[in-house]
Design a protein around this ligand. Structure first.
Ligand SMILES: [Zn+2]
Length: 269
């Protein structure tokens, strides 16, 4: 058929064929990219995929907040940890204290633990009980599990709060007490009380210190055995990317309460 066409017409047809091919390839590429992007991120807290996590923070961190349940990096990390590295969901009854309950996690804990789950907060009326962490109203050995995240950096007498957590935790129980670690050595100055001065000194208007890597020593002083566990120790590299945890600096501080005469009490892991 081409033989009957002039050279100009043949070139025209070739241009059209090439144009169609390019358009088809482009459509294929875009649909592949869309397919990858649609589930580029996965949030283990709500179990949903999304094309991205939103930036979040005073200085916005990229890849931070789930667009569905608003879970941040530390919430996703915590959820994976308690799901695969603890006995929390093994079906045996456990009483859990969740201090300053984050909405995204509270819903999931409540769903899985039902009546043995207690939320507590000093100011938030949404919590089940009002609790001052430096003077907890529960008797000794009340809880199998305690979870308290990003609270102690707001508490003036954090050592007392740690001792209180240790007191109300059952022997053999475990607690995850998370704080932001932002410096090498813990820095605090009780004379700094002005909000603006606290922002300057501690990075946030309502923080009373910056914690360093010596945070674990305070937990040990309160009587806990402490393991510091990084995300990469229990999550594969590709899953770290998918869950937006590649650049999250948070670590899990896994505190246990061995019997008072147990040598593990003084063990440094
Ligand atoms: Zn989510």
């Amino acid at each position: 058929m081409f033989a009957a066409l002039t050279g100009g017409a043949r070139r025209q047809i070739r241009r059209i064929q090439i144009g169609l091919l390019v358009a088809r390839l482009r459509a294929l590429l875009w649909s592949s990219l869309r397919a990858v992007a649609a589930d580029a991120r996965f949030c283990p807290v709500c179990g949903r995929s999304s094309p991205f996590f939103r930036p979040f923070g005073v200085v916005p961190r990229p890849d931070a907040q789930c667009i569905h349940c608003r879970a941040l990096e530390r919430h996703r990390l915590l959820w994976v940890f308690v799901s695969i590295r603890t006995d929390l969901f093994d079906g045996s009854p456990k009483r859990m204290l969740h201090v300053a309950p984050e909405r995204c996690l509270e819903a999931r804990f409540r769903e899985r633990l039902d009546g043995s789950y207690v939320t507590a907060d000093l100011l938030n009326s949404r919590a089940m009980v009002k609790v001052d962490v430096t003077d907890i109203q529960f008797p000794d050995e009340s809880f199998d599990v305690i979870y308290c995240s990003h609270v102690l950096e707001h508490v003036v007498d954090d050592r007392k709060a740690m001792r209180e957590f240790h007191r109300v935790l059952k022997t053999g129980g475990w607690a995850i007490l998370l704080v932001p670690i932002t410096v090498e050595r813990t820095y605090e100055d009780p004379s700094i009380v002005d909000r603006q001065a606290r922002l300057q000194a501690f990075g946030q208007e309502d923080h009373v210190r910056r914690y360093g890597v010596d945070y674990v020593d305070r937990l040990r002083d309160a009587g806990f055995s402490v393991q510091t566990i990084k995300a990469s120790e229990f999550i594969r590299g590709d899953q770290l990317v998918q869950m937006g945890l590649m650049f999250a600096s948070d670590e899990i501080f896994y505190c246990t309460k061995p019997p008072a005469n147990d040598p593990r009490r003084f063990e440094r892991v």
